[in-house]
Design a protein around this ligand. Sequence first.
Ligand code: PLP
Length: 273
Amino acid sequence: LPTVAPGRTPVRVMTVAGSDSGGGAGIQADMRTFALLGLHACVAVTAVTVQNTLGVTGVQEIEPEVVAAQMHSVVPDIGVGAVKTGMLASAPIIEAIADACDELSIGGGRTIPLVVDPVCASMHGNPLLAVDALGTLIHRMIPLADVVTPNLDEVRLITGIDVVDAATQRDAARALHDLGARWALVKGGHLRTSELSPDLLFDGTEFIALETRRIHTPHDHGAGDTLAAAICAALAHGRTVPDALEFAKGWVTRGLESAYPLGAGHGPVNPLW
Ligand code: PLP
């Protein structure tokens, strides 16, 4: 992506997501990617997680009105080229965010592109979305998504489809598009059947398959967040969704290659090269 000249206002983005006290995933991963790419990142915090490299041991949700207020404060003043949502925690928080998106022309093919990463749980299986909030995520956030970026566990929860091969991956992409997303991205990183990480993108007409080498590392904490953040960054620069995905796949691949051990558990992806 283009770099910004010193003293010039960079392209701005906003992440609506949860904090990871271990600095690996969530807001901290998004901020790392945005900063490394030369963007100015604004934040609407949805929840504070108590988390280290071994897992999540606590979650404090932010009041829904405070989440929406962060968006209303920033967007008209600072202006953002794209928005990304990550951990949304609860149904009332999702309702508040979806209303704010409607009021601020975010997502739904309107002025400001929206990337919805439908985060449901951490890699350790700790819930990051209330069980009773899944329906709200499906009915309020996915129709707003210019691109939705589930992993295969999230695909199963959202569509009921167990992706095991290319045919079921296509079925899942169709189902996500039917739920209202403009582009559906079915990430194949968790499909352990090949040495490739096959992603599939679908806009209701065209299937675009993108494969990168699978990088074997236990240090992949925040990989999903980093991919969605890099897509968001590229969209803010005016790229198309397929172009943004191609850029983001390269970014995450390098991040996995240079991921580092941290603590006693899983270290974070390190998107520096
Ligand atoms: N913690 C927070 C706050 C997150 O937003 C996410 C993912 O979006 C995670 C943890 C989970 O990351 P991972 O699945 O890489 O553990």
